[in-house]
Design a protein around this ligand. Structure first.
Ligand code: CA
Length: 459
């Protein structure tokens, strides 16, 4: 595994940026996720790349100009302002040196930056700027890597045959649409489209989606690509990863049900995919690696191109993920968003290395900035279901004996205002949060991924 636990993960490290020492912050000195910001300082409006530290963003341009990142980041790297382009030029060793240098500059006893004139300009309050993802999404692929999600959804549509024969052999995925990957905070317009017929053999409707859903996912961003025709061996997959963010794969279930046969998702998915702005690097995630999910007895061993002993031991990621919902009425009444679910990325059937190795196994070339969605992250418990399609469904194929009811039976979620939800209403806001905790290490977080549903535009 190329990303080792080192002195930058020391839980005793403290920063002279005081807000970074708050135990509740997502962004202590041990994290330092990458982000882009829009700065509007009266004189001009410009975009800059930085790292989050406490409630501040440290803008890298100022550090480069002050010579504080000499030998690590060149000024020309910053011209593009894109983290994937900066990282594409860095060797793994240089990535490690870059992180060590940032940690050193921000650590409590170091006065190189703290005592420098540039510090005043280089640190900007995150609440005063617009936050954008730090990478330029070139291509977007979405996987389906949770066996719990796949089994729940499969049971609704095919009660006798929930998992198709390929599921335990290949990380199933489809090619998504990069143009509609949007930053957290941007509203999501309810899509219009062909809706599944309400009776067998009937005609489809056409109009605003009635069964709008979110999907809790993680996004993996590629840092180094591969040449066309040259697959990435699973043992080297980690070296091609830059970092991870939160992702919401908004889904129109009534459009999806009608259109997905025989080629998979299309317009039900590509109207919006929201990503969180903070990209947590693979280096920062090193302490939170865990074994790959243990396959149940009787499941096949992955084929050689998807099997690596080290990946089985350390290829999982223990990331706790939570989904919150607030309706417009709740916000108008000053109510807090309610938590709908809590799960963990460690419950995924396929590891990120397996997804990446499989994606390139036919010679497909991945490029810096490519985004790989994990698929909906659901766990074995009802409270860890990662979308409304599963949450409001009454079945449980994992119960003993399994509880399987017809797929149309749904129990709504009750909100504190008395409102009920089976799927999303206009004005609803979905908020995803994620964090990593492990004894002996500092908690790190991913910030938030949020979006409000706006009414459909009639056509
Ligand atoms: Ca998805």
């Amino acid at each position: 595994m190329p990303y080792k636990i080192d002195e930058t993960h020391d839980p005793k490290l403290r920063s002279w940026v005081e807000s970074a020492n708050d135990p509740a912050t997502d962004f202590p000195i041990q994290n330092l996720p990458m982000v882009r910001i829009i700065i509007d300082d009266e004189a001009e409006t410009y975009v800059a790349t930085g790292v989050a530290i406490g409630d501040q963003i440290l803008v890298l341009d100022f550090l480069v100009q002050a010579g504080l990142l000499e030998g690590l980041i060149q000024e020309e790297h910053l011209e593009s302002l894109l983290v994937d382009e900066i990282y594409a030029t860095l060797s793994l060793e240089d990535r490690g040196r870059f992180r060590s240098r940032l940690v050193s500059l921000l650590s409590e006893p170091n006065s190189e930056l703290r005592g420098h004139d540039v510090a005043e300009h280089a640190l900007i309050s995150a609440s005063e700027v617009v936050l954008l993802p730090a990478f330029d999404c070139h291509d977007y692929t979405d996987f389906y890597a949770s066996v719990y999600h796949a089994t729940n959804v499969g049971t609704m549509f095919r009660p006798d045959n929930p998992l198709l024969p390929n599921y335990k052999w290949i990380p199933v995925g489809y090619h998504g649409r990069a143009s509609s990957v949007i930053p957290s905070g941007m509203p999501v317009r309810r899509p219009v489209g062909q809706l599944s017929p309400t009776e067998e053999g009937g005609s489809p409707g056409f109009g605003p989606c009635k069964l709008l859903d979110y999907e809790l996912e993680m996004g993996l961003v590629i840092g180094r690509g591969n040449e066309l025709g040259h697959p990435i061996p699973i043992g080297e997959a980690e070296e091609h990863m830059l970092g991870m963010c939160l992702l919401n794969d908004w889904s129109a279930r009534d459009m999806q049900k009608w259109e997905y046969v025989p080629l998979g998702p299309f317009l039900a998915k590509n109207f919006a995919t929201t990503v969180s702005p903070f990209l947590v690097t693979m280096e920062a995630l090193a302490p939170f690696r865990c074994p790959a999910m243990e396959r149940p007895a009787g499941d096949p061993k992955p084929l050689p191109h998807l099997f690596d002993a080290h990946d089985q031991e350390r290829g999982g990621l223990d990331i706790t993920l939570e989904v919150f919902l607030s309706s417009k009425q709740m916000r108008d009444k000053g109510m807090e968003a309610v938590r709908l679910s809590r799960g963990s990325f460690k419950d995924m059937y396929w590891t990120v290395s397996q997804m990446l190795a499989h994606h390139s196994s036919n010679g497909c070339n991945l490029q810096p900035g490519d985004l790989l969605g994990s698929g909906t992250i659901s766990g074995p418990k009802r409270e860890s279901r990662g979308c409304l399609l599963e949450m409001t469904w009454d079945g449980d194929p994992f119960a003993n004996p399994p509880i399987i009811k017809p797929g149309t039976e749904r129990t709504p979620i009750k909100l504190p205002t008395g409102e009920e939800r089976k799927f999303l209403s206009d004005g609803d806001e979905v908020i995803i949060r994620g964090y990593c905790e492990r004894e002996g290490y500092r908690r790190i977080g991913f910030g938030e991924c949020r979006g409000v549903i706006e009414p459909a535009v009639s056509i």
